[in-house]
Ligand binder design. Structure first.
Ligand code: NAP
Length: 323
């Protein structure tokens, strides 16, 4: 054998040895990962099965899909919204869908208007009377907004803040003492990517979601010592009626299905992600595609670039309704 071919076979042997050592390492790593995921899934199931879960804004969109996902996972649901008839329809659908494979419960209904914070204390009492306690409160209800700062009435800012921020704050504060007393509970809130970045012609909405992020971050720190968990879940665009139901600068309904919303993620997929986030007690979850995620990083790491991009977007969208 020549010197060159002997060297080649030595190198080949070394590579084979390295590969032989790597394969068990990779397989072992994959096995540990699979086992971890399996354990997570088992823990998630146990956490949700039989848990008393309150969902606000359960009459449509993401809230409705969350109701379906948590019901299928065995939660004892309390569905909230303003429209009793739509909630009753959902309860009937869920009750009829029970296939006996898993223990499920017929949901309860509590109707109220989140913008009426005066009534929230009595609403919380009604909620607590359903099962004696609440394990998970999901603050999902919300309203969006389209308009420019120049012409938007201050009442509109108050309306959006009233539902998205003060409504969730009031309900959370009303349910919280019972969780602290039991040294157990979980409060989740559906915020938005717009709770992390502010985009033009969404001032009232983005402000309400930024406030939401801040409030629930403070809450998380304050109540961890009492065994209460807090999850802030921030999705990107979801295919729901959010833009149709949005309020405009003069207080009227926007009534248009935006392109972005129409092309957004399937609400069923997002509801499954909410179920996983709650089941795994995730503290802060961004459920967005690569572009909005990049925008969040740019806002944090290079604010001047973010501001430039937003100003250029505002110029392009001079007319807010063209979005
Ligand atoms: N769709 C998106 O692109 C997107 C993206 C990020 C975050 N989000 C967030 O996801 C959450 C759910 O929105 P969605 O997309 O599912 O929109 P949606 O279909 O319009 O649902 C909004 C829900 O909120 C309820 N609600 C509105 N105002 C209320 C009030 N004053 N009192 C009580 N309930 C009220 C509505 O109930 P009624 O039947 O009583 O009207 C409805 O069930 C919101 O917090 C929203 O900000 C949505």
């Amino acid at each position: 054998m020549s010197l060159v071919s002997r060297r080649r076979s030595l190198i080949g042997g070394g590579a084979m040895e390295l590969l032989g050592g790597l394969i068990p390492l990779v397989l072992g790593g994959a096995g540990v990962l699979l086992l971890y995921q399996l354990l997570q899934r088992v823990r998630q199931r146990a956490y949700i099965q039989d848990a008393v879960v309150v969902i606000t804004g359960a009459s449509s969109g993401l809230g409705k899909e969350c109701a379906r996902a948590f019901h299928a996972a065995g939660a004892r649901l309390i569905l909230c919204g303003r429209d009793r008839a739509r909630l009753q329809e959902l309860v009937q659908e869920l009750t009829e869908a029970a296939d006996g494979k898993r223990k499920t419960y017929s949901p309860s209904i509590v109707t109220f208007d989140l913008s009426d914070t005066e009534t929230v204390a009595s609403v919380a009492e009604e909620i607590l009377r359903c099962h004696g306690h609440v394990d998970v409160l999901i603050n999902n209800a919300g309203v969006s907004y389209r308009g420019d700062v120049l012409t938007t009435r201050v009442e509109v800012h108050k309306e959006v803040m009233g539902i998205n921020y003060f409504g969730s704050v009031a309900l959370t504060q009303a349910i919280l003492p019972s969780m602290v007393q039991r040294r157990s509970g979980h409060i989740a809130v559906i915020s938005s990517v717009q709770g992390k970045i502010a985009i033009p012609f969404r001032s009232a909405y983005a402000a309400s979601k930024h406030a939401t992020q801040a409030f629930f971050d403070c809450l998380r720190a304050e109540v961890e010592q009492y065994g209460v968990s807090v999850s802030v879940i921030s999705p990107g665009y979801i295919r729901t009626s959010l833009s149709v139901n949005a309020v405009t600068g003069d207080g009227s309904r926007y009534g248009v299905q935006d392109k972005n919303t129409a092309e957004g993620r399937d609400p069923r997929e997002v509801a499954e992600a909410v179920l996983r986030a709650v089941g795994r007690k995730r503290k802060d979850v961004l459920l967005a595609g690569p572009l909005p995620t990049l925008a969040v990083y740019i806002r944090t790491l290079c604010p001047p670039l973010f501001f430039k991009l937003m100003a250029s977007r505002a110029r392009k969208e001079q007319r807010p309704k063209e979005d």
